[in-house]
Every structure is written in C-alpha cells, then in structure tokens.
Design a protein around this ligand. Structure first.
Ligand SMILES: Cc1cc2nc3c(=O)[nH]c(=O)nc-3n(C[C@H](O)[C@H](O)[C@H](O)COP(=O)(O)OP(=O)(O)OC[C@H]3O[C@@H](n4cnc5c(N)ncnc54)[C@H](O)[C@@H]3O)c2cc1C
Length: 475
C-alpha cells in the first residue's frame, strides 16, 4: 500500500474539515467513510417519497454559517449557498401568539413583551462582536490565551450560568421559554452550568449570521467540503468501514472522526490501557427520536410567526421544557416532549415537489430508548397547529437504534458526541489539556466528542488537524 501523509477515518463535517486543513497545507490525504456517501450528520436523502429531500440528521446550521473555519474556505465556489428564512426561529405559546428570534435584536426584544429591555441589555455587549466571540468560544479550551480576554470574561459571567438561572433573570414566560428552548439544543438539564451560554450563543448567532439552511439540504455543505478537498488533491473512499488502523495504508498521522467507543475499537491495540479505560468512562448523553415528514401543504401553525419561521421550538414554558429534558436524562419518556422543528421547504422549493413540503422534527428521549415517540410528537405539534395530522403524506421515524444504524457515531441515539452538560462541554471526551491528541503521537481524535462539541461547524476537525500539523508535520 502506498504511503500517505495523513488518513482521516469518517467523512462527517469534522473529518472533512480536518482533511481540507491538512490537504490545504500541502499534505497527501486519504479519507475513508463507511457510508455510501460523505457527510455523516450533514446529509440529504429522499427518506419518505420521491422528490422529498430530507435531512436525516442536521438541518439548521447557525454554527455552520458562523463557523470561523467554514467562513475561511471557498465553499460557495463548490456549491454552498445559504438560505435564510424570513424568521430564523419562532417559539409559539398557547393562545396563538409566539416569540421570535430574528436578525434584528430590537424585533426579537419586542416579541418578549415586558422583558424587551432586559433582553437588549443581556445581549447588547456581544451583538456586534460575533467574529471575536465565536473564535474564542470555539477554540480549544486550554489552547493559549483567548484573543479577546475581556470580551470572553464578560460573556463568561452570563454564559457560565445554568439556563434555568439565566431564564429566571427575565420576568415573563415568553422570554423564559425562549431561553429554555435555545438551551435545549445542548441536550442537558437546564440546571446544568454553561447551558445558559449555549442559549446566548444561539441567540447571538441568529442576530449575527442567521439560522440558515444550505440550499438543497445539509448534504450541500458536505458536498462543498468534499469538492474542495478533491480540488486540493485529497481522495475520498466511501463504502469503506474501518475496523482497525492495521487495514489502512501506512501514514504519518491518523485522524479519527469517531465516537470514543469506536476510537477504542479502531485504534485500541495502539493505545495504552489507561487511556482506553478513560475513554470507556466517557459519559453518554440522552438520545433523540427523529421524524421526517412529507406534507401536502405547510404546517397549519396557529401563530402566524411560525408560518414564516425556518425553525420552531415546540414546548411553551421553562418548566415544561425543563421537565422534558429531565425525563430524558432520568430514563423516562418525556410527556409532552420538547420539539425542535425545521421547515426548510418553505424557503427552498428544491426540497419538495411543487406545493408540497418536508418537515424535520426531533424530541429528546433517554439514551438507547426503544419506545415510539410518534404519538407524543404529533400530539405536541397538534397543540400549536391543529389539523397537522391531516397534512401528512408520509413519515419516516428513527429512534436511537435507527439513528445509530444510520451513523455509528450516534451511539444509543446520542447525537452530541457524549454528554454535553457543564464542564463536559469544554473538557471532552476525557479531562486533558489537548483533547485532540491521544497517547499515540500518530493518532488524533477529530469528532464532535472533542470541544467545541456537537454541531455542524467543523471546528473539532480544524483543531485536530492543527495539532497534527504542528506535532507530526512541524508546520
Ligand atoms: C437527528 C440529528 C439532528 C441534528 N441536528 C443538527 C442541527 O440542526 N444543526 C447542527 O449544527 N447539528 C445538528 N446535529 C449534530 C451534527 O449532525 C453533529 O454534531 C455533526 O455531524 C458531528 O460531526 P462529526 O464530523 O463529528 O461526526 P459525524 O457527522 O457523525 O460523522 C462521522 C462520520 O464517520 C463515519 N464513520 C463512523 N465510523 C466509521 C468507521 N469505523 N469507518 C469509516 N467511517 C466511519 C460515519 O458514517 C460518519 O459519516 C444533529 C444530529 C442528528 C443525528
């Protein structure tokens, strides 16, 4: 087998980003992907009926649009175009009204009623500083000094709070519900430290870069990364599951876009027992239950703001969202579940036949849960969109087992690369200053099991590739 500089295992957003960074530095790079196509958590498929293009995993990519590494790559030249919904996010309440999160902080504040000025005071110091803040927040936690320490320290005083505490800084249920829904993206109970920071970061992303979809679906982002990688001379082999590093061509560096479990399986014989034990102790997060729908017309939301929104958070109040997340953590079905809903075809007609629509929904469930959340999900949507069920032409459901079958990185339905509450968001998968390196100097971990964690932003891959460049290739 030919000798190459670097081999990347797994062509998810982080694996592809790592490969692009290495190939961009002039190295020869091979990527091996077990699925038939690249993309991992950023793919688009006809899951229900012909002509309906669904995203089986990620759909809404604020952290992708705001990612320091993606913004530095010529992905538009390789077909990436962002589609911005009129309203990035709507959060409906009983009675037919909704709070909104839009590009305008003022419009967002107005939708929060009595908390309008409090919202503006909270986000004011950061709202025009996305580039500075995102570069520091998405950096490897202990990698030198932040570039904007005062800004980061000021952000930290709010970001370190549990989301429940941050939400209670507001008086009204609208602002409290909005904060809780934003924090729920981290899939950890709202009483956990740092979950408030996730809510703030998603709100700031909406104002700075929006909550867009790639035109054509999330797969277009992966296609653009793969296209750029090939232009740089990288090679991608799909339909190629890797069971052991011994199967791979000799290389100076191996970057693994894998879960900690599969890092141990693939590279185990070349890693010391102590490190393998620590990987084994890596804590898993709750799972999700996903449904992709083909609809004969848009969702009949009672609140008109939701009919103009790319994303809708369904679960009205701080206590209800908190209870749903807590149930998933404690091994129980959430009743009712909190839902994250995306409606990309309202803004991108290429996603479905004329007049028809795709709908993307998930709710949180316990790790490895074997139940069926379809009734719970549809009952919850009907609460805010009476008549929804009559619009359904077809549905494809995926609980934890199906999500893991689609992508082995979704262990037990955990889509976040491991539990992400508190300091686990910053120090993962083990407590170590440089999480991308392993005790074997040729083996690196580049998946979302490393900081800054879940989401399609490529920053885990970027940091791992930078470590490999520095340590192995002296670049
Ligand atoms: C249902 C769902 C909804 C989501 N929604 C969003 C969202 O809206 N926005 C957002 O930003 N993020 C979302 N995410 C999270 C996001 O998809 C992930 O955080 C992101 O994809 C992680 O990227 P990654 O490269 O680390 O891993 P992955 O995307 O999981 O890629 C890993 C790749 O490695 C491959 N692989 C695994 N094992 C092997 C092996 N042994 N040999 C070869 N290849 C292997 C897999 O097939 C996969 O292609 C969602 C995820 C899911 C599942």
């Amino acid at each position: 087998m030919a000798h190459v500089d670097a081999v990347v295992v797994g062509a998810g957003p982080n694996g592809l980003t790592a490969a692009v960074v290495l190939a961009g530095a002039g190295l020869s790079v091979l990527v091996y992907e077990s699925a038939a196509e690249v993309g991992g958590g950023a793919r688009t498929q006809e899951l229900t009926l012909p002509g309906f293009h669904h995203d089986p995993c990620s759909a809404v990519l604020p952290l992708g649009a705001g990612s320091p590494v993606f913004r530095a790559l010529p992905l538009d030249r390789h077909g990436l175009e962002w589609v911005h919904p009129e309203v990035p996010l709507a959060h409906p309440f009983p009675g037919g009204s909704a709070a909104v999160l839009t590009r305008s902080p003022e419009e967002t504040a107005r939708s929060l009623g009595p908390d309008a000025s409090r919202y503006l005071r909270l986000i004011g110091p950061f709202v025009d500083r996305w580039d500075d803040l995102s570069a520091d927040v998405m950096r490897a936690p202990l990698a030198g000094l932040p570039r904007h320490p005062l800004l980061l320290a000021r952000f930290g005083t709010r970001a370190g709070l549990p989301a429940g505490t941050l939400a209670r800084l507001f008086r009204g249920e609208r602002a409290r519900g909005l904060v809780a829904g934003l924090a729920a993206h981290v899939i950890a109970p709202l009483g956990t430290p740092v979950t408030g920071g996730v809510a703030l970061l998603f709100a700031l992303a909406a104002h700075a870069v929006g909550w867009p979809f790639p035109r054509g679906g999330a797969g277009a982002l992966s296609g653009a990364l793969a296209g750029y990688l090939r232009e740089l001379g990288g090679e991608i082999h799909t339909d190629h599951p890797v069971r052991s590093l011994d199967e791979l061509p000799p290389a100076r560096a191996y970057l693994l876009d894998l879960s900690p479990r599969d890092l141990a399986a693939v590279a185990g014989p070349r890693l010391p027992a102590g490190y393998l034990r620590r990987l084994d102790g890596h804590r898993r997060g709750p799972g999700v239950f996903k449904i992709d729908y083909a609809l004969d017309s848009p969702v009949p939301w009672a609140a008109e703001e939701c009919r103009r929104a790319g994303t809708v958070h369904v679960g009205p109040s701080l206590p209800e969202i908190g209870a749903a997340l807590e149930a998933a953590r404690r091994g129980r079905e959430p009743r009712p579940p909190f839902l994250i809903v995306a409606q990309p075809s309202l803004f991108d007609p290429s996603r479905a036949p004329a007049g028809r629509h795709v709908l993307w929904v998930y709710g949180h469930v316990p790790y490895g849960w074997r139940g069926d959340l379809t009734e719970g999900i549809e009952g919850q949507i009907e609460r805010f969109a009476p008549g929804f069920r009559e619009r359904v032409l077809a549905r494809t459901t995926a609980g934890p087992a199906e999500l893991e079958a689609r992508n082995p990185n979704n262990v037990g339905g955990d889509i976040a690369g491991g539990y992400s509450g508190g300091l686990r968001l910053l120090f993962r998968p083990t407590l170590t200053p440089v999480p991308y390196v392993t005790p074997n100097p040729a083996v690196f971990l580049c998946s979302s099991a490393t900081p800054p964690g879940a989401g399609v932003h490529g920053m885990c891959g970027y940091h791992a590739a930078r470590e490999a460049l520095r340590r192995v290739f002296r670049k």
